[in-house]
Design a protein around this ligand. Structure first.
Ligand code: SF4
Length: 375
């Protein structure tokens, strides 16, 4: 919960669209606009959190410890399955999720405390387990950077998943961290073409910039990979091979892919935006998602959430595997093969981060690698 709250506001490109949220299941009242629906406006809430390290024990999530310096995400991807987490805070899962951002301003201090504990074993810490740690607010707050400075001081391995170009700002530090411990950055890139991404991920940097960022990180000595996620059948599945090829050309060494799932209030947000951007595709995408998810829009059972089913998913996966094999990228099925060049037992435990088998429960070897949010 939020301990202390102050609000600052700043203008943003996000004021271009209007407030729209699906009903919050935790709030009994609803709001109807009698006049014109107001434009969205970014508000940052500063939180003094009680803790910063989250421990995951889901077998679907390949890391144990994660840090999320922000709640909500200004990138505003239509499909983001972290959206319902905002409803627990009394906000909406639609435009509220991408405009009402909570910054845990004491993140670095909390992480320093956690990593200094005698019982801390130096496990890898994953950034962006829920929302993007390099969203625009990071340019002002520098919370992720502060946490990375802590990790560097402690020589603690990190894994990062992001769509944010801002990670390039920290390339030098991440390169140094990779030299003394391990630093791996997965750029999340579901579309090969900028114009397609813009319709669905309106405020995230375009894919072309993300590939450039990947190259810059690699040049700085950081290990990089690509998350081709989510796979949206009927929308981006034919771009899988292009994304993998472009990632390989930009220095990626490994790749993962995850099918779309639309839990709870994510589905109405996604389809509202898809219908606005590509009205002709909506019906087909809906029926393919349903086929890929066993007649539902989402799958919450452990072991099933991160993989699809049916012929469409099977062909997307074989396209992905073939492209990775052709361009020499490791995939989840290669986990455990690359054990070269690590520095100590401590690092060895985190060696495959973010392709790491969770320490508490055995992973299904056929599962996908990343959860980028929680149901
Ligand atoms: S999918 Fe990732 S980048 Fe996009 S809105 Fe969600 S947390 Fe942000």
């Amino acid at each position: 919960m939020i301990d202390a709250l102050t609000i600052t506001e700043y203008s943003s490109i996000m004021s271009i669209h209007r407030v729209s949220n699906p009903p919050n299941p935790f709030i009994s009242e609803s709001r109807e606009w009698l006049e014109a629906i107001p434009e969205t406006r970014v508000e940052i809430y500063e939180e003094h959190a009680r803790s910063i390290l989250s421990e995951n024990d889901s077998p679907d999530i390949p890391f144990r410890w994660s840090v999320n310096p922000y709640r909500g995400c200004q990138h505003g991807c239509a499909y983001c399955y972290a959206r319902p987490t905002h409803e627990y805070l009394g906000f909406g899962a639609g435009t509220d999720f991408e405009t009402r951002i909570i910054a845990k301003v004491n993140a670095a201090e909390l992480l320093e405390r956690a990593l200094s504990k005698r019982g801390w074993l130096g496990d890898s810490v994953t950034f962006s387990g829920v929302t993007d740690c390099y969203q625009p607010a990071e340019a002002t707050y520098g919370l992720t950077r502060g946490c990375l400075e802590v990790c560097l001081r402690h020589k603690n391995p990190v894994g990062i998943v992001t769509r944010g170009r801002l990670v390039q700002r920290d390339a030098e530090m991440l390169g140094e961290l990779n030299r003394v411990a391990s630093a791996k950055v997965f750029m999340s890139i579901p579309f090969a073409r900028d114009e397609d991404a813009r319709a669905i991920e309106p405020f995230a940097p375009p894919p072309s910039r993300r590939f450039e960022t990947m190259r810059a990180l690699r040049d700085a000595g950081v290990e990089v990979g690509v998350m081709v996620a989510p796979i949206i059948p009927g929308l981006n599945d034919m771009q899988i091979a292009d994304v993998v090829r472009m990632a390989a050309e930009s220095g990626a060494e490994s790749a993962a892919c995850i099918p779309l799932r639309l839990p709870k209030s994510v589905a109405p947000v996604f389809f509202e935006r898809l219908a606005a951007a590509m009205p002709n595709r909506t019906q087909r995408v809906a029926s393919l998602v349903s086929a890929m998810r066993g007649g539902r829009m989402a799958e919450s059972r452990f072991g099933h959430r991160m993989r699809g089913e049916g012929p469409h998913w099977a062909s997307a996966m074989s396209l992905f595997e073939m492209a990775c094999s052709r361009h020499g990228l490791r995939t989840h099925s290669d986990r455990g093969k690359d054990t070269s060049g690590r520095k100590s037992v401590r690092e060895t435990a985190a060696q495959l981060t973010p392709l790491r088998v969770p320490s508490k429960k055995p992973a299904d070897s056929s599962q996908m690698l990343f959860d980028f949010g929680k149901d």
